[in-house]
Design a protein around this ligand. Structure first.
Ligand code: NAP
Ligand code: MG
Length: 403
């Protein structure tokens, strides 16, 4: 059988620890036998980042801007312990943070749903994709403890030196606390466009919610920017695609989400996304089944697994012990990237291959063959726990039948 040919290379970002081990296995067993894979390879493993003073991360993000699609392996974000473990020159920043800053993107996280692994909320039978605005609010705040008897004010000085003042609170009878938040209209607009584009891409409705009734300037600005961009740039495209933009208050949204079946994108302000993404991910089961894609407002895509480098399994692997690490989210990062490359370059066989690999992966688990993390969750009557490598071989057995 002739291998599927590619046109534009994928930007391939290799990573660390157990996911680096899985990365190579996925390529060798599930992709290279079928696709004449073209990638521009960047090694974002910590050793190489340290060697290049992290320039490799910046280069990989710029390559992503150039080519439009990247696939990324999980990487270590260094902490004090990693400084000695890897003899680092500096505590390099999170690669994801660096890439996101360069691409100005929004992260969409979605669970992969299989029969036998049921969400903790029984009505959730379709994925809920969370989009988190990754700029500002409480994450870039300025805050103070305030003594009794103090008066706190907001002061804004415009570029001509004119001051506008507004009372926050006069502290009488007790000490207190204050907090200053900000956001930027441009960032909110980028977030809105990334969300609307991704909704069109995946043919799903999009929900957005803030507390605009209470926060009449701050949250209301989010609501207004979303509404204006939707009306002027997306409304007709949404109608043509048969999908909806739905806005409501955040507390109403939470209640509706819990009652829903899933199957939509939930766009969240920064803090809401931080909290709700952990809630949604936990309710859907395993971290090994959560995918993540960074989408820039200009339509650049970077696909990855939502989990980290699975350090504990890696240390076992180094000792020669058997591991049972779930590779599903990393496989879906590859299929997401290959499918998108196929769409952009007009290679339907490549997109179809991505679909087949996903189906073979899901079928493997639904036929009872799974890694340890899923084995403890699965309600299938007949199930078998397999090791990291056997799981991939089992997928390949099923994939072979369909290509
Ligand atoms: P983690 O690698 O996601 O692992 C946490 C635990 O979750 C694992 O020990 C394992 O539990 C379970 N788990 C996660 N993924 C799994 C999989 N695919 N299959 C089976 N079990 C899985 O998070 P972490 O331990 O907090 O972080 C480890 C390293 O990853 C850190 O250096 C961190 O900086 C990095 N990280 C990178 C990214 C990224 O690149 N996007 C994201 C998060 C963390 P058991 O040990 O109980 O089996
Ligand atoms: Mg969180």
């Amino acid at each position: 059988m002739a291998k599927i040919q590619m046109k534009t290379p994928l930007v391939e970002m290799d990573g660390d620890e157990m996911t680096r081990v899985i990365w190579k296995m996925i390529k060798d067993k599930l992709i290279l036998p079928y696709v004449d894979l073209k990638t521009e390879y960047y090694d974002l493993g910590l050793v190489k980042r340290n060697e290049t003073n992290d320039q490799i991360t910046i280069d990989s993000a710029n390559a992503t801007k150039k080519y439009g699609v990247a696939v990324k392996c999980a990487t270590i974000t260094p902490n004090a312990q990693r400084m000695t473990e890897y003899n680092l020159k500096e505590m390099w920043k999170s690669p994801n943070g660096t890439i996101r800053a360069i691409l100005d993107g929004t992260v969409f996280r979605a669970p992969i749903i299989v029969k036998g692994i049921n969400a903790l909320i029984p009505t959730w039978t379709k994925p809920i994709t969370i989009a988190r605005h990754a700029y500002g609010d409480v994450y870039k705040n300025s805050e103070m403890k305030v003594k009794d008897g103090s008066k706190a004010e907001l002061i804004v000085t415009d570029k001509y030196g004119n001051e506008t003042r507004q009372l926050i609170h006069e502290f009488k009878g007790s000490d207190g606390i204050i907090q200053g938040l900000h956001n930027i209209n441009g960032s909110i607009a980028s977030f809105a466009r990334s969300c609307f584009n991704f909704a069109l891409d995946t043919k799903q409705d999009i929900w957005f919610a803030t507390k605009d009734t209470i926060s009449k300037q701050y949250d209301h600005t989010f609501k207004d920017i979303f509404a204006e961009i939707f009306e002027t740039e997306y409304k007709s495209k949404f109608e043509a695609a048969g999908i909806e933009y739905f806005y409501t208050l955040i507390d109403d949204a939470v209640a509706r989400v819990v009652r829903s079946q899933g199957g939509y994108i939930w766009a969240c302000k920064n803090y809401d996304g931080d909290v709700m993404s952990d809630m949604v991910a936990t309710a859907f089961g395993s971290l090994g089944m959560m995918t993540s894609v960074l989408v820039s407002p200009s339509g650049v895509y970077e696909y990855e697994a939502a989990h980290g480098t699975v350090t504990r399994h890696y240390y076992k692997h180094l000792k020669g012990e058997e591991t049972s690490t779930n590779s599903v989210a990393t496989i879906f990062a590859w299929t997401g990237a290959l499918r998108k490359r196929g769409e952009l370059d007009g290679i339907p066989e490549l997109s179809a291959f991505a679909d087949k690999l996903e189906k073979a992966t899901v079928r493997t688990i639904e036929e009872g063959v799974m890694t340890g993390d899923l084995y403890v969750l699965s309600t299938l009557p007949e199930k078998r726990k397999v090791n990291t490598e056997t799981f991939l071989d089992e997928i390949n057995e099923r994939l072979k039948e369909t290509v």
